[in-house]
Design a protein around this ligand. Structure first.
Ligand SMILES: Nc1ncnc2c1ncn2[C@@H]1O[C@H](COP(=O)(O)OP(=O)(O)OP(=O)(O)O)[C@@H](O)[C@H]1O
Length: 239
């Protein structure tokens, strides 16, 4: 983070507690997760990294310059990335822009469907369900070395498909040396072996063990003691 350039440290995005005191984040693992409460700054940082990679901020790779909601990143000019070997291949995908991306692809494909759908399962993403199209994007389009930035990919995926997705990540990491940075609330995705997890509920952002994340603990508690959990949750209403 290049703090010397910041004019107003009390305005967005510098005012976000997790980012306020974070100066350096190291990515030591091919798979890194960002976790933290809603609004803790995960998307803001992911967007800034995408901006520095030269990806379209609305989601997509370097060659997908469609202009849906493509706000320049507010944080992007204030961070510096250093990585080796440097690559500008990859993709930024956020759940809410996936629909727009599918529409953009349909527009392109009007001229040459075979060419434009070839990386996406051979047909319009709109003709596949949300989860199917998401996985077809990964299994077809992502087969190369690169950096993949994903904002809450679980939004599209059933629990079984999340497991499939873990396998896809595993293959891309091992075969293609891909790197993933994923903002997520999913206790299943977070369980990827030996992943680095950054907790945005701390300031500065801190690494956290899987079993210590609220996502793991709360889900475990809910599943193992659901009745007691719900009793406590609703108790005030009933008294
Ligand atoms: N353009 C903006 N201007 C001002 N504040 C913003 C803007 N975008 C986001 N914020 C605020 O910045 C904070 C961090 O938002 P961000 O989207 O990064 O959170 P997040 O951790 O990704 O949340 P979630 O898990 O809900 O997706 C929030 O309080 C949000 O309201």
């Amino acid at each position: 983070m290049m703090r010397e350039r910041i004019e107003n440290p009390n305005s967005y995005p510098f005012s976000i507690p997790s980012l306020k005191y974070t100066n350096l984040i190291e990515f030591n693992n091919p798979v890194t997760f960002f976790v933290g409460e809603n609004g803790s700054g995960k998307s803001t940082l992911l967007e800034a990294i995408s901006y520095q990679c030269g990806f379209n901020s609305a989601g997509g790779g370097r060659n997908n310059n469609y202009d849906v909601d493509s706000s320049a990143s507010d944080l992007g000019d204030y961070i510096r990335l250093s990585w080796f070997p440097k690559t500008n291949k990859g993709f930024f995908l956020r759940a809410e822009s996936f629909y727009h991306f599918a529409s953009y692809l349909d527009e392109l494909a009007q001229e040459d469907p075979t060419f434009h759908y070839q990386g996406y399962g051979g047909k319009s993403l709109h003709q596949q369900s949300h989860g199917e199209s998401f996985l077809s994007l990964f299994t077809n389009r992502f087969g190369e070395e690169g950096i993949y930035l994903l904002d809450e990919p679980e939004a599209a995926l059933s629990p079984a498909r999340q497991l499939t997705f873990l396998r896809v990540i595993h293959e891309l990491v091992n075969k293609d040396h891909a790197q993933f940075i994923i903002a997520t609330h999913s206790p299943i995705l977070l369980g990827y072996p030996d992943a680095q997890i950054y907790n945005f509920d701390e300031s500065p952002i801190q690494e956290i063990r899987y079993e210590e994340t609220e996502h793991y603990r709360l889900t475990l508690n809910f599943l193992t003691r659901r009745e007691k959990f719900l009793y406590e949750l609703f108790r005030d209403d009933e008294e």
